[in-house]
Design a binder for this molecule. Structure first.
Ligand code: ZN
Length: 441
């Protein structure tokens, strides 16, 4: 079963020289990000994400953005652009394509490769168009420039979208790690250039707007994981998001340092790491990995398992290990590392998993007791830096609950954006950009 969102008011007729922006998801909530941009007769959609249900929504598999606004406009939709391959940005694509199979999808190499795997599972064929940072594509009346940004999945893109109404920037999810594993930093040069040319409206990731300072580097985690592994008497089981390729890379490197073999556990982990390795986003040294069925041939202190289930998802491998419902049995002296964030709403499930593992004798390490995770989203220091470079005339905070949107708005205003030019919206609200002024209509 799937749920959609609430109804929203019908907007006025779209005036000429006006860019209409309609968030259909991700505003006032973390997840199911989707934004519709319309200029004259052309519509471009940025991201089509899903939201995972909470414990009080039994029977719901996932929650989609509300496509109702688009149902009489599918012929106007010229493209879906995906900023990156997280589920809350692309998980809804198969459901949208069932209604509008003609719409081409733009994204980076890794994003499209992971999307292709998903579409294969849904038996959907689609028109995928690969782009990279620096590319400029003419899509209907939109001129879209793709900009490199650093996030917790490689190959993420921000967008500059130019129309007759001016320049809009959509950051997607981003942060500013200055020494990422792949050396691909958020392209501040391009943001500065666009700022000098004039940015009329910026849609900016709000997730960490309440967090002071800067997000620590991803590389800071490596010595912590290495040290835990070196002291672990028996098996080490590390749970991570199946899309966090750089985190998995650091776990593989730490395992090699400790002369341990790595086995991937969980369908999405096995699948994504295969794609990432084939495309060169993940480096697996020769003989570093083994099949899960072969771990019995190795001593317990020679093995690291990398698994899904860091959010306590009931069907994921780690939850099933905690509930004695998996062929891998956790034993006394095993070490489990939750190398991930705790997404709000998942506290009870994760707590249940930690207790289940602990009862079986595992030592459980998590971000609450060791530095085994850093966030993928810019904290307030990075956002201030970003606003000062970009100097947008209007700002619309996106990706966040009301508290995050407000905190992001306050940061924009501190850097000199006029208070009346910051629009706080909700899913389904309509914002028009006209004469360089954004307002809710
Ligand atoms: Zn993301």
């Amino acid at each position: 079963m799937t749920l959609t969102s609430h109804e929203f008011p019908l907007p006025n007729k779209l005036a000429p020289e006006t860019l209409r922006v309609i968030p259909l998801g991700g505003i006032g909530e973390i997840g199911r990000n989707m934004t519709v941009m319309q200029y004259n007769q052309d519509i471009v959609i940025v991201d089509v994400g899903v939201l995972f249900p909470e414990e009080n929504q039994p029977g719901v598999d996932l929650i989609l953005p509300d496509f109702e606004y688009l149902r009489d406009k599918w012929q106007k939709v010229k493209a879906i652009i995906l900023t990156h391959a997280h589920e809350d940005h692309m998980g809804g694509v198969p459901y949208l394509l069932r209604e509008a199979p003609h719409v081409p999808i733009y994204g980076s190499k890794l994003t499209l490769a992971l999307l292709a795997e998903k579409l294969k599972e849904h038996r959907i064929k689609s028109d995928l168009r690969m782009v990279k940072e620096g590319d400029v594509e003419k899509i209907g009346e939109f001129s879209v420039e793709f900009i490199a940004v650093n996030h917790s999945i490689p190959d993420a893109l921000a967008l500059s979208m130019k129309t007759g109404a001016g320049t809009l920037i959509h950051t997607g999810d981003f942060k500013m790690d200055q020494l990422p594993l792949d050396g691909r930093i958020t392209d501040l040069n391009t943001f500065a250039r666009l700022g000098d040319e004039g940015v009329d409206l910026a849609l900016v990731d709000s997730t960490n707007a309440e967090v002071p300072g800067f997000v620590p580097q991803e590389k800071d985690i490596a010595p912590v994981i290495e040290s835990i592994m070196s002291r672990a008497p028996r098996r080490v089981i590390v749970a991570s998001f199946a899309s966090h390729i750089h985190r998995v890379q650091q776990i593989i490197d730490a395992a090699k340092q400790n002369k341990r073999k790595v086995a991937f556990v969980g369908r999405s982990m096995v699948r994504n790491m295969g794609v990432a390795r084939d495309l060169g986003y993940l480096t697996i040294p020769p003989n570093a990995t083994i099949n899960i069925d072969d771990i019995e041939n190795y001593a317990d202190n020679e093995v690291v398992l990398i698994t899904t289930g860091s959010q306590g998802e009931p069907m994921a491998a780690l939850s099933r290990m905690a509930g004695l419902d998996h062929k891998i049995r956790i034993g006394d002296g095993d070490t489990v590392i939750l190398a991930s964030s705790l997404i709000p709403g998942n506290e009870n499930s994760v707590n249940r998993v930690i207790n289940g593992l602990t009862k079986q004798g595992a030592n459980v390490v998590h971000s609450g007791n060791a530095k085994v995770h850093v966030s993928g989203h810019a904290a307030s220091g990075e956002l201030l830096y970003f606003y000062n470079l970009l100097k947008p005339r209007n700002v619309m905070p996106v990706h966040g609950e009301p508290r995050h949107l407000r905190a992001n708005a306050a940061l924009a205003i501190k850097t000199g954006v006029k208070k009346e030019n910051v629009v706080i919206t909700a899913d389904g609200m309509v914002v028009d950009l006209h004469n360089r002024k954004a307002k809710i209509v």
